[in-house]
Design a protein around this ligand. Structure first.
Ligand code: GLU
Length: 274
């Protein structure tokens, strides 16, 4: 059987200016696609209308082009793809794998059954699931929806960069959001729907999303779709070993370019401090 042609994507969220950490991940995604003679899609992950701004969408494109990246397709904007996310949400509901959830963050945090994951995230307690005898749930898009995470199982995958990774359901993560009551899909839903629809063969993303990948693998399984390969790039850290955050404006790509750094000198920054 012949191998599928490589299809990759770069998928920034326009919630701020891109910094060195993003640049490293997107550069790796670009390089891995080039090395495989692949097809690269630029996907603007602008679903969160509270946090995403058009100026950041445009800045990300300009900054990545200045860094030397190019792509074959896009930008494809997630904000214009609601219909397909709703269709898949409906499918998960019909499979009995999604339920509406009125619990607030506070309800979850304060519930006596709530435990914290190793990463400090409150695991959604199963006691807050709706009554299992409810026959069906009408699709109300003005409420939150969660994915039913199974008990007693782990999700393992072999990552191209980080090796074998394994996460325990209900200990590393619990029932996660698929849809937000404000009328938008969650990151997990949008990203899985798009990666399937765009026939992505390898997802390159930052290592901060490893647990998300475990969540997403459960969705691939539920939707009977074969998952892509994964490559989680190491995060860039500062001198004190702290992760770079977007607020570190001094390491924003635009600031570095404005200071006169070339694309080459920026790339040396993450190779010098891997
Ligand atoms: N949009 C995400 C980010 O900017 C990346 C999502 C992904 O690669 O799956 O961090």
């Amino acid at each position: 059987m012949s191998e599928q042609p490589y299809r990759g994507r770069i998928a920034p969220s326009p919630t701020g200016y891109l910094h060195l950490g993003h640049a490293k991940t997107f550069w790796t995604a670009f390089q891995r696609c080039q090395n495989s003679n692949g097809f690269l899609t630029y996907r603007d992950e602008d679903i969160d209308f509270h946090r995403c701004k058009d100026i950041f969408s445009q800045a990300a494109i300009d900054d990545l082009k200045q860094l030397g990246l190019n792509w074959d397709e896009g930008p494809v904007k997630q904000s214009q793809r609601s219909a397909i996310y709703i269709e898949v949400l409906e499918k998960l509901v019909s499979l009995g794998l999604a339920y509406p959830c009125e619990s607030s963050r506070k309800d979850i945090k304060e519930h006596p059954d709530t435990i914290l994951s190793a990463e400090g995230e409150s695991i959604f307690p199963k006691a807050l699931r709706p009554d299992p005898s409810s026959p069906t749930f009408p699709l109300n898009l003005k409420t939150n929806w969660r994915f039913v995470v199974p008990d007693h199982r782990s999700v393992s995958f072999s990552d191209g960069r980080q090796g074998i990774k394994s996460y325990n359901c209900q200990a590393d993560f619990g029932d996660f959001l698929l849809w937000r009551k404000e009328g938008m899909p969650s990151y997990e839903l949008a990203v899985v729907v798009d990666d399937i629809d765009m026939r992505i063969t390898e997802v390159v993303r930052g290592a901060d999303l490893l647990v998300s990948t475990a969540r997403q693998l459960l969705m691939y399984e539920a939707l009977k779709a074969s998952p892509p390969a994964f490559y989680h790039e190491d995060l860039v850290t500062d001198e004190s070993g702290e992760r770079l955050a977007k607020r570190k404006d001094s390491l924003a790509l635009r600031t570095l370019f404005a200071e006169g750094h070339s694309s080459d000198s920026i790339r040396r920054m993450w190779t010098a401090h891997p």
